[in-house]
Design a protein around this ligand. Structure first.
Ligand SMILES: *[C@@H]1O[C@H](CO)[C@@H](O)[C@H](O)[C@H]1NC(C)=O
Ligand SMILES: *[C@@H]1O[C@H](CO)[C@@H](O)[C@H](O)[C@H]1NC(C)=O
Length: 186
């Protein structure tokens, strides 16, 4: 359950609520990939994302789906998983919101409690910004109405900062420094 939540959350920059509300009808398995439709009641901005088969992610999804008990009455995708089985109980907001901290503790990262439910969405945008994509793409991917939030990800991207650092430091020659020195040499 946590792995599937992580995959969908990162692939689609999903909010905790959006993952909680995801239904089996929102996901189309086209064999080589999954097509996921997010219909957010609050923002009213629907979006679609694709999950491609990187590192057996599709197999993992299909395995999870195959564990769905046949008698489940509701359509919510995420069901509690324990000891190789899924129950019919849908995963709630609290459990879903803990996925990043569970992952962080698995990775033995410090400050595990700081990894809130929003980290999946943030990581998704950060990964895109670091890959050097433009602001419009990030904005569309996350379904942000304003450009401001998307801009923050590009501006704060470490890859971007590193590019800038390289440009600054490449120019660090003695003449570049002395040129800006206001003191007159005697
Ligand atoms: C998720 O579903 C609940 C209950 O139907 C609803 O109140 C909430 O707005 C939904 N959240 C999103 C992000 O669509
Ligand atoms: C880096 O961030 C600046 C804004 O600080 C932006 O104008 C520029 O397009 C970004 N560069 C890349 C490669 O994303």
């Amino acid at each position: 359950m946590i792995k599937v939540g992580l995959i969908l959350g990162i692939a689609g920059a999903c909010r905790t609520d959006e993952l909680v509300n995801l239904t089996v009808d929102d996901i189309e398995d086209v064999g080589s990939s999954l097509i996921v439709k997010i219909t957010n009641n609050k923002t009213k901005i629907p979006r679609i994302f694709v999950v491609t088969d990187v590192g057996n992610m599709l197999e993992l999804f299909q395995k999870y789906l195959s564990l769905r008990p046949p008698h489940v009455k509701h359509k919510r995708l995420f069901l509690y998983y324990k000891a190789g089985k899924c129950s019919s109980q849908p995963v709630g907001k609290n459990t879903m919101g803990k996925i990043p901290s569970v992952v962080a503790s698995y990775l033995k990262l410090p400050d595990v409690a700081c990894y809130t439910g929003h980290c999946l969405r943030r990581s998704s945008a950060t990964l895109l910004a670091d890959a050097g994509v433009d602001i419009t793409t990030i904005k569309r991917h996350a379904g942000w109405k304003s450009t401001t939030v998307a801009e923050g990800y590009v501006e704060n991207s470490i890859v971007n900062k590193t590019k800038i650092a390289n440009q600054v430091l490449v120019g660090t020659t003695t003449s570049a420094i002395t040129k800006n020195c206001k003191c007159k040499r005697k």
